[in-house]
Design a protein around this ligand. Structure first.
Ligand code: GLU
Length: 494
């Protein structure tokens, strides 16, 4: 086999997802097993949604899990830059090739026309997609409209009939009818590439031999195969991994399960246990052993043993495995060291100590006051939420609305948390003291504790979300119907 090169290509939009780490793990194992390289590429062409914070979180969490890369940001190789936003010239050069060969064409259709087309196709129960309108324009017309500065995108040509056939390492031969494939936009009107175009150009230029990614991309393969043909490039080998699922078999989602790697770090899981657990997703060691190190997984790795049944990401199983690591792998000294590293993270300690100092009279008071900062989900009693001004529906509303607001918040600095909650209190026409009461209880288990705003700010969204959800459950939960009504009311707040 030629030198194997695999990659993980996350888009930095949001929390570092366990699904990203799962795919990274399998790519890394495959590359290592063949003595090849594992590359990290940041796919940040969606400028509106990509953030530096998300990129940093992804890099940090992959490093934390031991899934470091041979080439990528912070580890420059010969194929950089490894951030798509820094590769605009490369895409510009490459789209020209496709335009010159007639494999791509400028499209001037307005969004209004596209909306009408879509409505018509829906009404006639036709396959949705671009109808090729702008493929009929004359060369002169195209030239003059571009010269006049008319807004346009660039789309790819797609065969109308026949099938696209390709091999998938886990599924064998797959075929998808060309009639189902849209004339994909390759370059957007802002001049930036779409995922499909940048992804193919970069996989080729970065020498990627095996594209191992989530199965949600399998329907995109025909577009990619076509682009490889248009450029006269050899396509990589494709391998689409089964998606992680919630215990109820639905696609893993943060509505049902914490999906952010930050959550697992903040809850005090050991990174080696989480990486091991991700290695159990769709894969087993040949000897059936469930506890294995990254090194052992790499040595025994064989991608054809991945099973396609949707792997269940089950926190109870992860807890069991993590407990096993703690008991079997950490000496008492290591336990203390690891625990201290987790509990006394400098940036947290610096914020927590001033809060506690104000309230303690003896060091023996510290443990109780510090409890909210070093716990996961806190056991709660519905009675603790009793409040003379807030009835049960209002308690649920405050907790749920606060969670939604915090999820929308641009950041979790103290002032940001304060202003988000203050604004919500005003919108609900509540005194801030009353409004904060259920949050206090949800975050600390008690009616009196250190500042809840500080607590939320220090703990961050993932732990806050887990505690607010737990509080909602303890208070009886929210039915689907209630959620719908609450959502409606929430959207009307101003
Ligand atoms: N940027 C894509 C993602 O966020 C990469 C998909 C692929 O691996 O091709 O998942």
């Amino acid at each position: 086999m030629t030198n194997v090169r695999t990659r993980i290509a996350p888009s930095p939009t949001g929390d570092p997802h366990v699904g990203t780490a799962y795919i990274a793990l399998f790519n890394r194992c495959f590359a290592r097993q063949h003595g090849g390289e594992f590359i990290l590429r940041i796919e940040d062409t969606d400028q509106a949604r990509s953030t530096d914070k998300s990129e940093q979180d992804i890099l940090n969490s992959l490093r934390w899990l031991g899934l470091d890369w041979d080439e990528g940001p912070g580890c420059e190789g010969d194929c950089g830059p490894y951030r798509q936003s820094e590769r605009a010239d490369i895409y510009r050069e490459h789209i020209k090739v496709l335009l010159d060969k007639g494999h791509a064409f400028p499209c001037f259709c307005t969004s209004q026309r596209l909306d009408e087309l879509r409505a018509e196709q829906m009404a006639n129960k036709q396959q949705l997609g671009y109808d090729g309108h702008c493929t009929n324009l004359s060369v002169e017309e195209v030239r003059s409209r571009i010269a006049a500065g008319e807004e346009h995108v660039i789309r790819m040509q797609v065969p109308e009939t026949g099938e696209c056939e390709f091999d998938d390492m886990l599924r064998g031969s797959v075929s998808i009818a060309w009639s189902q494939i849209d004339m994909q936009v390759l370059i957007k009107s802002d001049g930036l590439p779409t995922y499909h175009f940048a992804n193919v150009v970069d996989d080729h230029l970065m020498g990627i031999t095996h594209v191992i990614r989530g199965e949600e991309w399998i329907n995109s393969v025909p577009k990619h195969v076509l682009l490889y043909q248009y450029f006269d490039w050899q396509a990589p080998v494709f391998c689409h991994m089964p998606l992680l699922r919630n215990p109820d078999k639905s696609k893993l989602s943060k509505r049902k399960n914490p999906t952010s790697i930050n959550y697992y770090r903040d809850m005090g899981y050991l990174p080696q246990a989480l990486t091991n657990y991700l290695g159990m997703m769709g894969w087993t060691m040949p000897d059936g052993e469930e506890k294995f190190s990254l090194q052992q997984m790499q040595e025994a790795f064989d991608i054809t043993r991945v099973s396609l049944g949707g792997p269940i990401f089950d926190i109870e199983k992860l807890d069991w495995l993590n407990g096993k690591y703690i008991r079997e792998d950490l000496s008492d000294e290591e336990f203390v060291a690891e625990f201290a590293k987790w509990a006394f993270q400098e940036h947290k300690v610096a914020r927590i100590i001033p809060l506690l100092k104000q309230r303690v009279e003896r060091f023996s008071d510290v443990a109780e006051l510090a409890q909210p900062f070093v716990s996961g989900v806190i056991p709660l009693n519905a009675e603790t939420f009793a409040h003379k001004k807030l009835d049960a529906p209002m308690l649920l509303k405050i907790l749920q609305f606060s969670l939604w607001r915090l999820e929308e918040s641009a950041g979790f600095g103290r002032d940001q948390v304060e202003s988000v909650l203050q604004e919500l209190a005003t919108q609900l026409d509540l005194k801030i003291r009353d409004f904060l009461f259920p949050l206090f209880v949800a975050m600390s288990g008690k009616a009196v504790a250190a500042s809840v705003i500080e607590t939320i700010s220090v703990l961050g969204l993932d732990i806050t979300r887990a505690r607010l959800r737990n509080a909602l459950d303890v208070l009886g939960g929210i039915s689907k119907k209630q959620a719908k009504n609450l959502e409606k009311e929430y959207r009307q707040l101003n």
